[in-house]
Design a protein around this ligand. Structure first.
Ligand SMILES: Cc1cc2nc3c(=O)[nH]c(=O)nc-3n(C[C@H](O)[C@H](O)[C@H](O)COP(=O)(O)OP(=O)(O)OC[C@H]3O[C@@H](n4cnc5c(N)ncnc54)[C@H](O)[C@@H]3O)c2cc1C
Length: 419
């Protein structure tokens, strides 16, 4: 190892920046830090749900140049093509670089083509451009309503989608949006998911919340509907049913954004890691965090927790101390509905069942909390200011006085507004 360890972080998203800024926070100038990313800006993806309802995509991005310069972190603007663990080398479109420690946080991408017809007929929700396309479809439906025509939106969660929550936000927000435009009666909202319960990853309490919301809002819901194909005006399911649509909105199946042939991965390219540390299996010096790694549920909040565990384990090795932070999968989310929001804190546990490796620990009633209130919209808005503010200053989300204050606020809110 060189005198100052060279630590390279691949990917400037939630997991990559959290581990990078945590390492800076812990190590100061005792390590040589480099970020490699194919995007010069950080995208606050969770808030792209507002784009179909008028938010500007530019407002959701942070230019990384300033925080990186301020923290003396080198930036390589390039696409990572390969990792050669035998030679401690990363190959990029801008040449190669050597590392002593490596953090892989290159995220996921969508693979619509694994469902016949999906690519041709669905509006998908992954990038800001796709959200702008959905905005066009919503505006089209509102215009049609004014002209006296009905429109049928079908929302679809297919197999291998790893983060269904945002699609629930879309249908609930659309309901509120259409009511505000006085045209809800002219639009049919239908939801079909492969899940056995709504937002299955978050357990029975979220299923109850969504069931109630769908009933109150007159949204037709179908659970256990596994799509087999998409035709120009209808979706066909494994159970023999089919559902018609005018606008099909889908959150497609997930795969790793980048396939790393020399690292152990599952069949979708997600990197196999050890539970607590997120160290890549069989690799001493390589860690993987966030959507790129093999944790079955893909979420920004979980990506941040993984980024902290990675940063802390590497920092401990550099400082020859013991790590304090292990990855404990406690998920947290706020589901936006535009007129109110649903907060959920969800303890997750490993099951040992390869078919369903993660389940909600429903017996952990101290931590499994759910609350529905207009005030939770404030909680979501605060997170949407706090995180970009921290990253914009080159600081980790979960550290220091600012996080202590934020954490206290969340705890008070969840005590008062959730049970
Ligand atoms: C519409 C929507 C709403 C969401 N809402 C929520 C929510 O409310 N709460 C929540 O917790 N989660 C939410 N999520 C999920 C969350 O956004 C992701 O789980 C999170 O972004 C994962 O972080 P990450 O750092 O692993 O990956 P990303 O944020 O995707 O970052 C990956 C980074 O790596 C870069 N990269 C990729 N490949 C390469 C390469 N080969 N070379 C160099 N750089 C590369 C990318 O450009 C990007 O900068 C939402 C997702 C979507 C799409």
């Amino acid at each position: 190892m060189s005198a100052k360890p060279r630590i390279a972080v691949l990917g400037g998203g939630f997991a990559g920046l959290e581990s990078l800024f945590y390492l800076k926070y812990k190590l100061g100038d005792r390590a040589d830090l480099t970020l490699v990313s194919d995007e010069p800006k950080f995208l606050f993806k969770p808030n792209t749900i507002y784009i179909p309802f008028g938010e500007s995509p530019e407002k959701l991005q942070i230019d990384l140049a300033r925080p990186l310069r301020k923290q003396s972190i080198r930036f390589t603007s390039a696409k990572v093509q390969n990792i050669d663990p035998d030679n401690n080398e990363v190959v990029t479109t801008d040449g190669s670089l050597q590392y002593d420690y490596l953090v892989v946080a290159t995220g996921a991408k969508m693979r619509s083509r694994e469902i016949p017809g999906l690519e041709d007929h669905a509006v998908t929700i992954w990038t800001p451009d796709e959200m702008l396309r959905l905005r066009e479809r919503i505006e089209w439906a509102i215009q049609r309503a004014k002209d006296g025509s009905r429109t049928r939106f079908l929302f679809l969660v297919p197999p291998n989608n790893r983060c269904s929550g945002p699609l629930y936000e879309m249908v609930l927000m659309l309901d509120t949006h259409l009511r505000r435009h006085g045209c809800r009666e002219s639009v049919d909202l239908v939801y079909a998911t492969k899940e056995e319960s709504y937002i299955e990853a978050f357990g029975p309490r979220l299923n109850t919340v969504v069931t109630d919301e769908f009933r109150e809002r007159n949204i037709e819901g179908h659970k256990g509907f596994v799509v087999t194909g998409v035709e120009p005006e209808r979706v066909v399911f494994q159970n023999g049913e089919d559902l018609p649509y005018d606008v099909l909105v889908c959150f497609p199946p997930y795969v790793a954004s980048t396939a790393f042939e020399h690292l152990p991965t599952d069949s979708r390219g997600f990197i196999s890691v050890e539970g607590d540390s997120r160290r890549v299996c069989g690799q001493d010096r390589i860690f993987a965090a966030g959507d790129a790694a093999d944790f079955p549920i893909k979420q920004a909040f979980l990506a941040l927790l993984q980024g902290d565990a990675v940063g802390d384990h590497i920092a401990a090795e550099v400082l020859e101390s013991r790590p304090d932070i292990r990855f404990e999968p406690m998920s947290m989310c706020v589901m936006e509905e535009l007129n109110k929001a649903t907060f959920a804190q969800v303890p997750l546990k490993e099951t040992g069942d390869p078919e369903k490796p993660i389940a909600v620990d429903v017996d952990d009633t101290e931590h499994y909390k759910v609350g529905v209130s207009p005030l939770w919209r404030l909680g979501k808005a605060t997170l949407g200011i706090y995180l970009p503010w921290r990253f914009g200053h080159g600081k980790p989300f979960h550290a220091g006085f600012a996080w202590d204050a934020m954490d206290l606020g969340l705890k008070v809110m969840s005590r008062v507004l959730a049970d």
